[in-house]
Design a protein around this ligand. Structure first.
Ligand SMILES: *Cc1c(COP(=O)(O)O)cnc(C)c1O
Length: 391
């Protein structure tokens, strides 16, 4: 464990200097590593000697990102993957076998539902969904066959907050592992590993990059669990590129500053929306009126940059609003310095059936905003103009 505080670790944990004495970490763009002798190669490949082998599973730049992220998440180790979904795949294929059960919260990322339903069930893994905040439902669903529990907190896009310690206790009572997706909070705002979770899943594509440039993901856990993921990575190969690792390593340096700014602006926008007569409901943990405000306050350092709100008039209103914004980008991404606007029902959650959408609370009038780092007065002016033109 590092003696420094988080903001210092974000910059100084896991640094490395070559003989060129550069102060910014170098990018090692190489697929393989060359040795002085056959004996040295054999030692590295067998694992008897430390050192790099092949960038599918060892690369110095990727390793720096993994070490720094593990430090910030308060975990022993991390493994970086090519995307957040590649992290989910690594998690599932490393840990699950036919006959196992996964208990998963209902309000999760659309691709996570698709992956579980299509690509784990076909290998004989059962996936059961529960309402994220119904702890009796968790308890009933976690059987002796349960290997993995999985949820997102806060959830995207409705900002449900799940009590990590409570679900961890229920999972551990049946010897199941708990993996928490805290993509919205990032390690700057919440560390589920200190709250009872066994594994944290990150999409580094979002706030960790923070400028919408490249994809990446990671799993953070004990060394013992990460070793299992590493063995899968070596055989299966959903690895992070060194270039992306370098961008994301630099992203970590400014993460806590950016999350403070995203959070402050999102709160201001949420307050503005809540007072607007054309807005039916605002989902943001920073609002005292939000159902999970207290729990969010207890588990998180701040509330983050993502909110959603409901307009009267369903899809026509939502699309009219989105189409008349000028500053915001219309995109399915989140966690960018640019403010992003999304219609979840027809984009990020578009592959869900109507029934799945209804159960997850993804209505046609719902709009998601990932609040960026522009001046908040300009963001609010854009929202105001778009609301004004609605009937
Ligand atoms: C984006 C996202 C993912 C998937 O990450 P990718 O990097 O896009 O593959 C998973 N969970 C949440 C909450 C996300 O927002």
């Amino acid at each position: 464990m590092s003696a420094y505080k988080d903001a210092t670790n974000a910059i100084h944990a896991a640094t490395r200097q070559t003989q060129e004495q550069e102060n910014s970490e170098a990018i090692f763009v190489t697929s393989s590593f060359a040795y002085a002798s056959a004996e040295e190669a054999a030692g590295k490949f067998s694992g008897d000697d430390d050192g790099n082998v092949y960038s599918r599973f060892t690369n110095p730049t990727v390793e720096l990102f993994e070490k720094r992220l593990a430090t910030l998440e308060k975990g022993e180790a991390a493994i970086a993957t090519s995307s957040g979904m590649a992290a989910l795949m690594t998690l599932a294929y490393s840990l699950l076998s036919a006959g196992d059960r996964v208990v998963c919260s209902r309000n999760i990322f659309g691709s996570t539902v698709k992956f579980f339903n299509t690509y784990t069930t076909k290998f004989g893994v059962e996936v059961v969904y529960v309402d994220a905040t119904d702890y009796e439902a968790w308890q009933a669903a976690i059987t002796d066959k349960t290997r993995l529990c999985y949820f997102e907190t806060p959830s995207n896009p409705l900002y449900e907050v799940v009590d990590v310690a409570k679900v961890a206790e229920l999972a551990h009572a049946k010897n199941a592992l708990l993996c928490v997706d805290t993509v919205l909070a990032t390690p700057a705002l919440q560390n589920p590993l200190t709250q009872g979770a066994d594994i944290v899943m990150q999409s580094a594509t979002k706030f960790i990059d923070g400028q919408g440039r490249c994809l990446g993901g990671a799993l953070i856990a004990s060394q013992e669990i990460v070793d299992v993921f590493t063995a899968f990575m070596r055989s299966a190969g959903p690895c992070m590129s060194p270039f992306n690792a370098w961008v994301l390593l630099n992203g970590l340096e400014t993460l806590s500053l950016r999350m403070k700014a995203h959070s402050a602006s999102a709160l201001q926008l949420a307050e503005y929306l809540e007072a607007h007569p054309k807005v039916l409901k605002v989902n943001y943990g920073g609002l005292p009126s939000h159902k999970y405000h207290q729990l969010a306050k207890q588990q998180q350092k701040d509330f983050g940059g993502l909110l959603s709100f409901e307009l009267e008039g369903g899809r026509p209103s939502a699309w009219a609003f989105i189409n008349s914004t000028k500053l915001m980008s219309i995109t399915g991404n989140l966690g960018d310095s640019k403010t992003l606007v999304t219609h979840p029902a027809t984009t990020t959650h578009g592959r869900l059936t109507d029934e799945e959408k209804a159960k997850a609370g993804i209505t046609e009038g719902l709009i998601r905003v990932s609040v960026g780092l522009e001046d908040i007065e300009d963001i609010i002016a854009d929202v105001e103009a778009a609301l004004t033109q609605l009937p």
